[in-house]
Design a protein around this ligand. Structure first.
Ligand SMILES: Cc1ncc(COP(=O)(O)O)c(C=O)c1O
Length: 380
């Protein structure tokens, strides 16, 4: 028998789609994967070289529990260059991915029954992090006509004596949209602390992303190397927290994680300092795919009211096809051999939508769109 804590968390539906796709592939079916939220690019050569060199140079031991100081300094320099904000390296906690530091953050922030406000739709794992720590996720619907941006007044209405944080994610997974500076400023001015997941920063094709630290220092930033630097499997991420939280968080890091992988931290320094040209190349390619995919999905009749300008996702309205996105996604997989993520994976308000990822080659995206076109013509 497992614990109530584990029974309280849901599975990640996109993994069900992926597992079914893999089963079909094993029986010889060719699948176009537009469901995965993982860069298709190889990790930049400078990052791989730095990791190999780090191994040779003996970076095979524990590091400081908050992360190597050189990496924490490089992260602060990156935030200074990108957003003009000054962050002390003593406020940075490095972990093996954004996910583990999110876990640590909620362990430090939440008492039983404390509330965290999240958008609906939202990144599928957020409510699970919160409920696992005995907190309560409070959802605020965001709307297609607003480009799925939070309305600050709707957040305000849900603030209670138990609210410990407001989660923002811009550019967002699953919508690919950005939160405007004006709305971020308004949200930062509300009483709960903001938790800003900035993992898709740098992958912005129109407009500009903003760090929450431009508006307030009393906030939490989550960020990592998985997306921007195509380093998902290397596992590296970080948290920037107000100083008073660092010592308590450090106790958790010391006891439960000891430190992030040493060699990967050295690779992270190389990513921040040397991978700029690689990021520019990947970003330009993502943008070409984005423009193409938005156009094709619209031609195929999907609703995209506000074009996404960040991350590598398009959250398309498919309500004219079905109000059961789970069944629709499996139908598309089985009949068109294209993997897409059902909107319901991202919350009740995501029902009726499908998330398409353009983290795949242009050739595969073109083929995926052709298959979808054939599938739709047979339905009608
Ligand atoms: C919004 C968001 N936050 C966090 C993560 C987790 O990233 P990491 O690989 O750094 O644990 C993801 C991964 O898909 C994500 O989409």
């Amino acid at each position: 028998m497992t614990t109530e804590r584990i029974r309280g968390i849901s599975s990640f539906i996109v993994m069900d789609v992926l597992e079914k796709a893999h089963e079909m592939e094993r029986s010889g079916v060719n699948i176009i994967h537009l469901e995965v939220g993982e860069p298709d690019f190889d990790t930049p050569a400078c990052v791989k070289a730095a990791a190999c060199k780090a191994l040779e140079n003996g970076h095979t031991h524990y590091t400081h529990s908050l992360g190597m100081i050189e990496l924490r300094e490089a992260i602060c320099q990156y935030y200074a260059d990108a957003y003009g904000v000054s962050v002390d390296p003593g406020r940075v906690v490095v972990g093996s991915g954004t996910s583990p530091v999110m876990f640590v953050l909620f362990s430090a922030l939440l008492e039983d029954g404390d509330e965290v406000i999240i958008s609906d739709p939202h990144y599928a794992c957020y409510p699970n992090f919160i409920t696992f720590m005995k907190g309560v996720p409070v959802t605020v619907p965001v709307h297609e006509e607003d480009g799925f941006q939070f309305r600050p007044e709707e957040i305000e209405r849900r603030i209670s004596a138990r609210t410990r944080g407001v989660f923002i994610n811009s550019p967002s997974n699953p919508t690919g949209n950005l939160l405007s500076a004006e709305r971020m400023e308004q949200i930062a001015a509300l009483s709960p602390q903001v938790i800003s997941d900035e993992i898709y920063h740098g992958l912005v094709y129109e407009g500009e992303e903003h760090s929450i630290l431009e508006f307030t220092d009393d906030a939490f930033v989550l960020n990592g190397f998985s997306k921007l630097y195509a380093m998902t499997g290397l596992r590296l991420g970080y948290l920037i927290a107000p100083e008073r939280f660092i010592r308590p968080i450090q106790k958790v890091m010391q006891n439960f994680f000891i430190s992030a992988n040493a060699m990967v931290q050295v690779a992270g320094i190389a990513a921040l300092k040397e991978a700029g040209p690689d990021v520019a190349r990947m970003k330009a390619t993502y943008n070409q795919r984005r423009v193409y995919m938005v156009r094709r999905l619209k031609e195929l009749g999907f609703g995209i009211t506000v074009e996404p300008t960040g991350a590598f996702y398009i959250f398309a309205n498919a309500k004219h096809l079905s109000n059961d996105s789970y069944r629709l996604a499996f139908d598309i997989l089985e009949k068109a051999h294209v993997g897409v993520t059902p909107g319901i994976d991202f919350g009740q308000n995501g029902e009726g939508y499908l998330r398409f990822s353009y983290a795949n080659s242009m050739e595969n995206i073109e083929e995926g769109m052709k298959r979808l076109e054939r599938y739709l013509s047979k339905r009608s």
